[in-house]
Ligand binder design. Structure first.
Ligand code: NDP
Ligand code: DXP
Ligand code: MN
Length: 388
């Protein structure tokens, strides 16, 4: 029996992780969980799974939760997340929190040799070099949950890394894939949240519409698989049936396919190297689908992807700036405070202003992250973007 600690239990990945745990009660026990502020969603989860420890985002949420929860310790904030992640009884940490807030918990869990299933790409974008260095030193394998990275991980299984020509990450194109740049001017939050293939949390759904999701995934792939940026391609594939591919030096290409169901990569990360049946998961029927489509990525249409490649190549603190600026900008858009196209403007502005610090330590990363968030808020307040 493995004790799982789940960061982000009330989110899209969190809920699907709980479904996997529910299906394999003989293998997994939910030992501890964290969530942000959604007490209504958390209470039934706590009643069903009875975790020993719970972490919430702030004191106010703790007070609300105390009205429903009597048997568990309720911890708060980043320190609480670290505490449950390194707890002696935690065997596996699933990082399914939104944003770079789970970075320190992940780093400390690695230092404590916990098994890590990582959905949270922002952690790897903001501090990939620190996370991978810790994983190397402590001999911990990061098991990817992100569908593309799980696919690449499976394609590389048993292969020689030196024989890899390139990684090909597929992109659905997101909710505005058929719109021109001009047509993006007056799109709404509701339009942007309408992803064609996946039902996900709101931040990643907006990232998918701006193509920043693919940019974050390129950086994530660079760190997880130790592949240079020149050997990572992105191709538009609107069906999201091929989750990603690897081309080898004999021009052979291995791909991983499946219906869009995040429980598949979540479960694989938890049961690796074994595979288990997953009930209520739709089988892939290629005959029913008939055709798969592919087209070249357009970096002018999707400037966020270009910014991510550039920031990744430059390295140092630039990916931290990219990520923090994106988190703030997406949040401002989701709150209805500014237009969709303002997201890329705010990120571009933050990247332009920043003087990269090479090889940053954790303190530097956390400082740059904080500073960038303040700066982006200030550009917004100074009217540098189109407010709605
Ligand atoms: N959803 C998907 O299919 C996929 C997601 N991912 C990645 O997985 C991660 C999670 O995504 P997703 O599940 O969609 O996100 P959601 O927004 O659905 O869920 C996020 C979770 O994190 C919690 N949370 C948010 N902010 C904070 C905070 N400041 N402190 C503590 N907890 C917080 C939320 O709590 P609450 O809601 O209670 O406030 C919720 O439990 C992201 O990094 C995403 O990029 C990767 C591939 C696919
Ligand atoms: C399910 C998943 O892994 C998401 O990251 C998904 O890939 C988003 O789709 P696109 O970013 O390709 O639209
Ligand atoms: Mn993905």
């Amino acid at each position: 029996m493995k004790n799982i600690t789940l960061l982000g239990a009330t989110g899209s990945i969190g809920i699907q992780t709980l479904d996997v745990i529910r299906q394999h009660k003989d293998l997994f026990n939910l030992y501890a969980l964290s969530f942000g502020r959604n007490v209504d969603k958390a209470v039934p989860i706590i009643n069903e799974f009875n975790p020993k420890k719970i972490v919430v985002q702030d004191q106010e949420t703790k007070k609300k939760l105390e009205l429903y929860v009597r048997n568990q310790d309720i911890l708060v904030g980043s320190e609480g997340m670290i505490e449950i992640s390194i707890d002696t009884y935690t065997d596996v940490l699933v990082n399914a929190v939104m944003g770079s807030v789970g970075l320190q918990a992940t780093l400390q869990a690695i230092q404590n040799k916990k098994q890590i299933a990582i959905a949270n790409k922002e952690t790897l974008v903001t501090a990939g070099h620190l996370v991978m260095e810790a994983a190397r030193i402590h001999n911990v394998t990061l098991l990817p949950v992100d569908s593309e990275h799980s696919a690449i991980f499976q394609c590389l299984n048993g292969e020689n890394q030196k024989e890899v020509n390139k990684i090909i990450i597929t992109a659905s194109g997101g909710s505005f894939r058929d719109k021109s740049r001009e047509e993006l001017q007056d799109v709404t939050v509701e339009d942007a949240l309408n992803h064609p293939n996946w039902s996900m949390g709101s931040k990643i759904t907006i990232d998918s519409a701006t193509m920043m999701n693919k940019g974050l995934e390129v950086i994530e792939a660079h760190w997880l698989f130790d592949v240079p940026y020149d050997q990572i391609d992105v191709v538009l594939h609107k069906e999201s049936v091929i989750h990603s591919m690897v081309e080898f030096n004999d021009n052979s290409v291995i791909a991983q396919l499946g219906t869009p169901d995040m429980r598949v990569p979540i479960q694989y990360a938890l049961t690796y190297p074994a595979r288990l049946p997953l009930s209520n998961s739709k089988k892939l029927d290629l005959v029913e689908i008939g055709k798969l489509h592919f087209s070249q990525m357009d970096y002018v249409r999707f400037p966020c992807l270009k910014m991510a490649y550039d920031a990744g190549r430059e390295g140092g603190t630039l990916p931290t700036v990219l990520n923090a600026a994106n988190e703030v900008a997406v949040d401002l858009f989701l709150q209805g405070k500014m237009s969709f196209v303002s997201i890329e403007k705010l990120i571009g502005q933050a990247l332009e202003q920043h003087v990269t610090i090479p090889n940053p330590d954790l303190e530097t990363i956390l400082g740059v992250d904080r500073q960038t968030r303040l700066e982006v808020e200030s550009y917004f307040n100074k009217d540098l973007v189109n407010k709605i």
